[in-house]
Design a protein around this ligand. Structure first.
Ligand SMILES: *[C@@H]1O[C@H](CO)[C@@H](O)[C@H](O)[C@H]1NC(C)=O
Ligand SMILES: *[C@@H]1O[C@H](CO)[C@@H](O)[C@H](O)[C@H]1NC(C)=O
Ligand SMILES: *[C@@H]1O[C@H](CO)[C@@H](O)[C@H](O)[C@H]1NC(C)=O
Ligand SMILES: *[C@@H]1O[C@H](CO)[C@@H](O)[C@H](O)[C@H]1NC(C)=O
Length: 368
C-alpha cells in the first residue's frame, strides 16, 4: 500500500524527527574526546574525579615561613595541578594574594593571578580547572566578580543549578568542557548563590581534613565542614609543616616522602586510608612543593582515577633549580650538596618574619 503524498510528508517527518534530533543532540552534548588528559574522564562526574591541588599556589619565593611552592601557577598547571588554592586579602581596597598578612608575604594581585589562569585555560581547552579561594578578609562576592570579569574568567566559570550539590550531582568533565564552563571556583566564606552563582560556597559543598599538621599520620577525620559529609566532596590537606620557634612552616626537607606514592606519611597512603574510611577517594589533594617526588602526586591521582599516568614531559625539577620560572634570585636560598633545600631563609630574614609574626595576635594566626 502506498501513502498519498499528502500523508507521507508528515508521517515521514514525525518518524524522522526523534532520530534526527537524537543524533543532533548527542553531537552537541558531547564533543570533547579527552578531558583533563584522559578519554575515560569525559563521562565521569566532576564529583567523582580526584584532582591534585597546589596549596598556597601563589606563594612562590624565598621566605621559607611563607612559601609553599617553587613554581608559579602556569608551571603548576603545565605539570598537571588542577586545583589552585589561594588566600585572598584586602590590601588597600585591592584583592591581593598574601600569606597570613600582606606584610609577610605578598604573592601579587588576584587579577594578575586570574589572568594567568585565563591564558592557560585558553591554551588548554579540554581541561577543567578549580580555584579554591580562602577569603581571609571576608571580601564580598561582588568584589570578586569585578576581578573575575576584568580577567575574563567569569564567562568560563560554572554556575551550579543550586548553591549546594552532592558529589554525585556534579556534571561530567565532558559536559563542563563542552559547555565552555570549565572553571569551578570555590570561595571559603561570603559566597552568595543569588548574587554571584559561580562563586561556590566551599564548606557546604566540600569538607576538609586537618591542615598545618606536623606529624606524618595525616588522618582522614572531618575537620571542617558546613554540610552533609556523607554526600559532599572532600579535600585532604596533605602538606607537612614543622614548627620553627612555635610557628608552623612548610617542611620542604621531607617533601619527597610526603608527596610519594607509598611509605610513611605519603600522599598515596593517606588516599588509601581515606578511601577505606569513606568508600570513595578524595576529590582534591592539596600539596606543597608539588614537583617533589618527580610526578608522584600525579601518579597518586591517576591511580585513584583508574587511568594511566604517562606524562609527555617530566614535571619541573625539584626545588625550582631548573631554568624555568623559579624565583631563587635573592641569594637567601640555601642548597645542600645533594640539592635538597634546607631552611630557605637567612637568619636576618627569619628574625624579621618572626618579629612581624610576634606583632600579630600570635595565638590567632593561621598559616593555612
Ligand atoms: C582540626 O584540626 C586541628 C589540627 O589538627 C585540631 O587542632 C582541631 O581540633 C581540629 N578540629 C576539629 C573540629 O576536628
Ligand atoms: C569514583 O567512583 C568510583 C566507583 O564508585 C570510586 O571507586 C571512586 O572512589 C570515586 N572517586 C571519587 C573521587 O569520588
Ligand atoms: C621522572 O619521571 C620521568 C617520567 O615522567 C622519567 O622519565 C624520569 O626518568 C624520572 N626521573 C627520575 C630522576 O626519577
Ligand atoms: C628529592 O628527590 C630528588 C630526586 O627525585 C633528589 O634530587 C632530591 O635531593 C630529593 N630532595 C630531598 C629533600 O630529599
Amino acid at each position: 500500500m502506498r501513502l498519498s503524498p499528502h500523508l507521507a510528508t508528515p508521517v515521514v517527518l514525525s518518524f524522522l524527527l526523534p532520530f534526527v534530533s537524537g543524533v543532533y543532540g548527542s553531537a552537541t552534548t558531547r564533543r570533547a574526546t579527552t578531558c583533563n588528559g584522559h578519554a575515560e574522564l569525559c563521562d565521569r562526574s566532576f564529583g567523582n574525579v580526584t584532582f591534585v591541588g597546589a596549596h598556597d599556589s601563589y606563594a612562590v619565593g624565598t621566605n621559607s615561613l611563607f612559601v609553599n611552592q617553587d613554581y608559579d601557577i602556569t608551571q603548576q598547571l603545565n605539570d598537571g595541578v588542577r586545583m589552585l588554592q589561594s588566600q585572598a586579602h584586602n590590601k588597600n581596597g585591592v584583592i591581593e594574594l598574601c600569606h597570613t598578612s600582606c606584610g609577610l608575604q605578598d604573592g601579587g594581585s588576584l587579577e594578575d593571578y586570574l589572568k594567568k589562569v585565563k591564558t592557560w585555560m585558553d591554551n588548554n581547552p579540554n581541561d577543567v580547572v578549580s580555584l579554591l579561594i580562602v577569603n581571609s578578609d571576608n571580601i564580598a562576592p561582588s568584589e570578586y566578580d569585578t576581578v573575575f570579569k576584568s580577567a575574563g574568567l567569569d564567562t568560563l566559570a560554572y554556575a551550579p543549578s543550586s548553591a549546594t550539590l552532592a558529589a554525585s550531582d556534579w556534571p561530567t568533565l565532558g559536559t563542563l568542557i563542552d559547555s565552555g564552563k570549565r572553571l569551578v571556583a570555590f570561595l571559603s566564606t561570603t559566597a552568595d548563590f543569588t548574587s554571584v552563582p559561580y562563586l561556590i560556597d566551599e564548606f557546604t559543598n566540600v569538607w576538609e581534613t586537618a591542615y598545618d599538621v606536623t606529624d606524618t599520620t595525616f588522618d582522614c577525620n572531618v575537620n571542617r565542614t558546613n554540610g552533609d559529609t556523607s554526600t559532599q566532596m572532600y579535600l585532604i590537606n596533605h602538606f607537612l609543616d614543622k614548627l620553627i620557634a612555635g610557628v608552623p612552616a612548610p617542611d620542604s626537607s621531607r617533601a619527597n616522602s610526603t608527596n610519594a606514592v607509598s611509605g610513611e606519611g605519603s600522599l598515596g597512603v593517606q588516599v588509601q586510608t581515606c578511601a577505606a574510611q569513606y568508600s570513595r577517594n578524595p576529590n582534591f589533594m592539596l600539596v606543597d612543593f608539588y614537583e617533589y617526588g618527580n610526578g608522584s602526586v600525579f601518579q597518586v591521582a591517576a591511580d585513584a582515577n583508574g587511568v594511566t599516568y604517562s606524562p609527555t614531559t617530566p614535571v619541573a625539577t625539584p626545588g625550582g633549580s631548573s631554568s624555568s620560572s623559579s624565583s631563587s634570585s635573592s641569594g637567601s636560598v640555601t642548597s645542600s650538596p645533594n640539592g635538597a633545600m634546607e631552611l630557605r631563609v637567612v637568619p636576618a630574614q627569619f628574625a624579621a618574619s618572626l618579629a612581624v609574626v610576634g606583632g600579630l595576635a600570635f595565638g590567632a594566626l593561621s598559616f593555612f
